[in-house]
Design a protein around this ligand. Structure first.
Ligand code: NAP
Length: 417
């Protein structure tokens, strides 16, 4: 197509394509972006300058991201009276890899959440959140540097499936009657009810992606986090299906904790193998505080993943530096994990680190690792120089407070140095 939402496709770039399940990336890939609402424009302007500087520094003029604006959220509503235009979905389908700032959740707009809608429409089934510490960032724990893990959160089902009925509605009453009558349950008549579907299909494709990531990135532990002690046939099944998939599809590569303890391993993981273990969710929240260094790749259903990724991000310095990606087997959408922080909109003060680090993930997915490392190292160097935005400055004695745009300038200086 020549245009999406009346915005002409840039003539000087090409689409990323998919070949044998892998992205084939031209030197000038067209990358759709959604600027985002609230502080989104400030964050995007700063991030885009850093991305372009890093790509230029890494590859001279040989490679360049060709940015292409697509619309969702308030900007889309103002322009097209739609929160999520069909053309935006179509553009992401066409160009395969996209990036976005935070989006307002419309109130009474007929859409529960734009982020959830995007994930469902594109079947972005894996929400991926790396959590690592950058030296100098203020943290509430003694050893934030012990945490370096990547969370694979299931994105399409669990209590996010939207099957929920308000107390007193005919639907809720009917369901309660059915469950009480047919299954001998004892649900109070004045209950709201929700359904938590967890399927073998969705669980196993997520676990497959997490193990493939571990295998491709030299990570040696994959942990299934679940609440299977109580929710046996949903969360417990997630764990069982995970182990089953590891055994059936990855065979000798994956060793369970139980097997690892026995001969011939006697507790020692051989080189090139992956330990697959599981933890109950409540215990995992303790473990990430007390033994964070024991975890590398975490794979978990939707709601656990939601809680756990924000808790882990807080341990290493908060949401301002927490990147994210939503992946399917065909598309990759990179995103800020925080919200629009509307009170700071247009003030050029917010921390753009979340989108910048999402860009690091994006460039890694494109195979542009040199650019990714420049951005990451430039950001780390700037933080270690104590040149930071307000959110970090207020917790870092002796730090210099920078505006969003100045923070981007400092990163560019550092990555070029
Ligand atoms: P929020 O926008 O994440 O902001 C809450 C607070 O977190 C901010 O006031 C600020 O704290 C801090 N914060 C967030 N982003 C920051 C950053 N980049 N740098 C520094 N500090 C940052 O949460 P909210 O106010 O609950 O949500 C606002 C809107 O965003 C809602 O419409 C919500 O639905 C939406 N939302 C979107 C996404 C998404 O698009 N992925 C995610 C979550 C929420 P201080 O005031 O203490 O500095």
């Amino acid at each position: 197509m020549a245009a999406f939402n009346d915005n002409p496709v840039p003539a000087d770039g090409q689409a990323i394509t998919l070949e044998s399940g892998r992205f084939k990336v031209p030197d000038r890939p067209i990358i759709p972006f959604i600027e985002g609402d609230g502080t989104g424009p400030d964050i995007w302007a700063a991030s885009r300058r850093v991305f372009d500087a890093a790509v230029h520094c890494a590859y001279g003029g040989k490679r360049q991201a060709v940015w292409y604006e697509v619309f969702a959220g308030e900007k889309a509503y103002q322009k097209f009276q739609q929160w999520l235009p069909e053309d935006t979905i179509a553009a992401v389908r066409q160009f395969r890899v996209a990036i976005k700032g935070p989006l307002t959740t419309p109130v009474g707009g007929g859409i529960r959440s734009l982020n959830v809608a995007l994930r469902q429409r594109l079947d972005l089934y894996a929400c991926v959140r790396p959590v690592r510490y950058y030296a100098g960032v203020p943290s509430p724990v003694k050893h934030p540097e012990h945490m370096n893990l990547i969370i694979y959160r299931e994105n399409t089902e669990d209590v996010y499936a939207g099957i929920e009925f308000r107390e007193g509605t005919p639907e809720a009453e009917k369901l309660i009657r059915y469950l009480n009558g047919e299954f001998g349950k004892n649900i109070r008549a004045d209950s709201g009810v929700g359904i938590k579907p967890i399927s073998r299909f969705a669980s196993q494709r997520l676990v497959r992606k997490a193990i493939e990531y571990a295998r491709g990135h030299g990570r040696t532990v994959v942990t299934l986090v679940h609440k299977g002690n109580i929710q046996k046939f949903t969360e417990g099944a997630f764990r069982d299906w995970g182990y089953q998939l590891a055994k059936e599809e990855f065979g000798a590569l994956c060793i369970s904790e139980e097997d690892l303890a026995k001969p011939p391993y006697n507790g020692k993981l051989p080189a090139g193998k992956i330990l697959i273990n599981d933890r109950i969710a409540d215990s995992m929240f303790q473990q990430v505080l007390t033994r964070a260094q024991e975890y590398q790749v975490v794979c978990t259903p939707n709601l656990n993943g939601d809680y756990l990724s924000d808790a882990c991000a807080a341990q290493v310095g908060g949401l301002g530096l927490a990147p994210g990606a939503n992946l399917s087997d065909e598309y990759a959408f990179f995103e800020a994990t925080h919200g629009t922080a509307p009170k700071y909109a247009g003030k050029d003060v917010i921390n753009p680190g979340s989108v910048m680090l999402s860009g690091v993930m994006m460039f890694e997915a494109l195979g542009w690792d040199e650019a990714a490392r420049l951005i990451e190292n430039g950001l780390a160097a700037t933080i270690s120089q104590k040149r930071v935005t307000y959110d970090l400055e207020r917790l870092m004695p002796g730090a210099t407070k920078l505006k969003t745009s100045e923070f981007a300038n400092a990163i560019i200086e550092n990555l070029q140095a």
